[in-house]
Design a protein around this ligand. Structure first.
Ligand code: CP
Length: 307
């Protein structure tokens, strides 16, 4: 497979490139059961994580992944940097470029920032989430997790529930599932389902209607209160009653053997109840574990221009 310089979104990836990353992640995951989990391909390279928004999973997952492929890692902490003194993103990148980093993993609240940075640096840029736009490594790790569960995804149905409008995860996961042959349904408050959604996203109006479609997997999105300037639904309690995986709905899902995914962090009592967290077909922890293997594969695949 031809290497790429950057990973900015799912939309621009070919099916062959997606398959390459998923296939490469498999042997990396096998290392996790060994006492030595480290391999040498990025020895001598430097990975910089540059997060302008909070993160638990993605940032630590990239750090562990980079160390497992033997790269050196520097975490740039925006809150204690010159960014708080007004330094622009591009000036920050110029400064960091002078330090000869090979990979920059960036998260930013504004869509398109990783793209802008990629044109400005010889380092490989990995989008770790930009505004409402894209979260490609989340989608790749979810596809890897679904593949582990179902093997062949062709014709399998996934129901994405929640705030589709503000979700970079929904956009990227929808795109990758479509490329891998899945059927995609969406369910959420009318104000949070975009009118201009892709044709492959089939809209459901109620949970009953969506569950009658018999999805193989349900993907619960986090309610992103931090991205909503306006009130899109009356209250979190109301959201849970109408769009949450309540105890009653969970019993139905459990009876059907439906798998449950969530990108994290979960809002217990909003998107789901406690019982979902201990359900044997909840893939949330598997998603986190697979995130490391998939990010190792991404770093291994990308080729910076710094050589
Ligand atoms: N899934 C995800 O992006 O989680 P974090 O915000 O914790 O990185």
């Amino acid at each position: 497979m031809e290497p790429r310089k950057d990973l900015l979104d799912i939309a621009s990836l070919s099916l062959e490139e997606i398959e390459f990353v998923l296939k490469t992640a498999g042997p990396f995951k096998e290392l996790f059961t060994k006492s030595i989990k480290k391999v040498p391909p990025l020895r001598g390279k430097t990975v910089l994580t540059l997060f302008y928004e909070p993160s638990t999973r993605t940032r630590s997952s990239f750090e562990i992944a980079a160390k497992r492929v033997s790269a050196d890692v520097t975490n740039f902490t925006v809150g204690s940097s010159s960014v708080v003194k007004g330094e622009s993103v591009l000036d920050t990148i110029d400064t960091l470029q002078a330090m000869k980093c090979d990979y920059v993993v960036v998260r930013h609240a504004a869509a398109g920032v990783p793209n802008m940075i990629s044109k400005h640096t010889k380092a490989s840029v990995v989008n770790a989430g930009d505004g409402f736009h894209a979260h490609p490594t989340q989608a790749l790790l979810d596809a890897f997790t679904l593949r582990e569960t179902f093997e062949d995804l062709t014709g399998k149905k996934i129901l994405i529930v929640g705030d589709i409008l503000h979700s970079r995860v929904a956009r990227s996961v929808g795109q990758i599932c479509e490329k891998l042959g899945m059927e995609i349904g969406v369910l959420g408050p009318g104000s949070l389902i975009p009118q201009a959604r892709p044709k492959f996203m089939r809209k459901f109006y109620t949970y009953d209607e969506a569950l009658a479609w018999k999805p193989d997997a349900i993907y619960l999105l986090r309610v992103q209160l931090e991205r909503q300037n306006d009130q899109f639904f009356p209250s979190l309690n109301e959201y849970h009653k109408i769009y949450g995986l309540t105890e009653e709905r969970f019993r139905q899902v459990e009876g059907e053997g439906t798998w449950v995914l969530h990108p994290g962090p979960v809002n217990r009592g909003v998107e789901l109840g406690d019982d979902v967290m201990t359900y044997e077909r909840t893939l949330i922890n598997q998603q986190v574990e697979n995130g490391i293997a998939v990010r190792m594969a991404v770093l291994y695949w990308l080729q910076p221009e710094t050589n």
